[in-house]
Design a protein around this ligand. Structure first.
Ligand code: SR1
Ligand code: MG
Length: 396
């Protein structure tokens, strides 16, 4: 079934007119979208999945993102179809129509070349990096909260009529990248698996985690929820590297993981990454910036709830019912994101970069807090959730 779907993907974007761009060829490719003479092209690929170039002319610059027929960081040993660029372009269009201006402007989509040419976010940094640099992020929560509330509610059946809902859901099915998440987020960290990567000093903690039946059952339950709760067109990978920030602006990027998934996934992932950032600052003794991160997390949640209240009146849905459902999942997904960023394939830079003297403490805190979130608690209270995510356990 999945394999058949992948054949369909390939049929959508045949190889005849596809060519992997290089630093030489990208200049010619991007020429129609830059003003002035071509000056320079750089490979600025930062994420794990795609290749990204910045092409600079003497009067403007653009970003060219190209899907490769494999996972960029793994190379050809991990083949992927290029279907993800279709997902990304289509999800961009929908999310941007719901929250105009929160995405970079797309200048061109070329299905055959599997590229998106978009506005260059000059002066922006991934929020993960800005957090590492102690930068002020007080303008970020409102935008993120608005993005999440609008996309969750307005792509769900709380708002869309049945035929619209069915039509859009059919387009955003469980893709090959959802399978990547299924493997790296929900499966591999809970068993011995060659894709896992962790510091040797964590070996006994990891073994304990992987043989904890309660934890494994919770992870398996959440995997089923991820695969089956097709509630909204979610971002699907909303970690702090998918949020670009400048001094006073915010853009959401990298929608290739978008699909119809559970309401609680995106914010669970984002809060987990903020918690990791806070843990890293705390072990370094940056208590003041840790408090700033607390305020960002709290403001995201408070603004999200305030937006939902407005939306629930506008679209007449039961907010309590929505939240009961969403909070339960968000709590547990957050725990899983913290766990996988310590022992899975894709790590959090702010933890990996810590000096040896404090890294283990941070990793143990993240793992133990992640476990506590994953097994959950009865009822939901944001302050308790955040406290659990950011506890400092002193037995590292
Ligand atoms: C091998 S892909 C690793 C991770 O990068 C993406 O951003 C997703 O988070 C994925 O799990
Ligand atoms: Mg990314």
């Amino acid at each position: 079934m999945i394999l058949a779907a992948m054949d369909d993907y390939e049929a959508m974007i045949p190889y005849e007119e596809y060519e992997e761009l290089s630093l030489d060829s990208v200049a010619e490719f991007a020429r129609p979208y830059i003003t002035g003479d071509f000056l320079q092209a750089y490979d600025v690929s930062d994420g794990n999945i795609n290749r990204v170039f910045r092409v600079i002319g003497d009067r403007s610059s653009v970003i060219v993102k190209q899907a490769l027929p494999y996972l960029r960081v793994a190379g050809r040993a991990w083949p992927l179809t290029r279907h993800r660029i279709i997902t990304e372009n289509s999800a961009y269009a929908i999310h941007n129509s719901l929250v105009p201006g929160v995405m970079p402007t797309i200048l061109n989509f070329d299905q055959k070349m599997s590229t998106i040419v978009m506005e260059d976010l000059e002066g922006f940094l991934p929020w993960r990096e800005a957090l590492l640099l102690n930068q002020d992020g007080s303008h970020v929560p409102k935008v993120v909260a608005q993005y999440c509330s609008e996309i969750l509610i307005r792509t769900s059946n709380l708002v869309l009529d049945e035929s619209n809902h069915r039509e859009i859901k059919e387009k955003f099915y469980y893709t090959e990248l959802c399978l990547v998440t299924e493997e790296l987020f929900f499966t591999a960290p809970y068993m011995e698996n060659k894709s896992n990567r962790f510091d040797l000093a964590l070996q006994s903690l990891v073994e304990a985690l992987q043989s904890d039946e309660v934890l494994r059952a919770a992870a398996s339950e959440m995997r089923t929820i991820f695969k089956t709760k097709d509630q909204a067109l979610i971002h699907g990978d909303l970690h702090s590297g998918s949020v670009m920030v400048s001094k006073d602006q915010v853009r959401i990027i990298d929608l290739e993981f978008a699909f119809y998934g559970p309401f609680g996934f995106d914010l669970g992932v984002l809060f987990a990454n903020l918690a990791l950032s806070r843990i890293a600052h705390k072990v370094l003794g940056n208590s003041e910036y840790a408090l700033a991160i607390d305020s960002y997390a709290r403001e995201i949640w408070v603004t999200f709830i305030a937006n939902l209240e407005v939306l629930s009146l506008r679209y007449s849905f039961d907010l309590c019912e929505f939240l009961n459902n969403m909070e339960h999942d968000m709590h547990r997904f957050a725990g899983m994101e913290m766990i996988r960023r310590i022992i899975g394939l894709a790590h959090a830079k702010e933890i990996d970069l810590l000096p040896d003297s404090v890294r283990l403490t941070a990793q143990v805190n993240a793992l133990q807090n992640g476990e506590a979130l994953l097994v959950g608690s009865a009822g939901f209270d944001f302050e308790l959730f955040w406290k659990t995510a950011t506890r400092e356990v002193n037995n590292a």
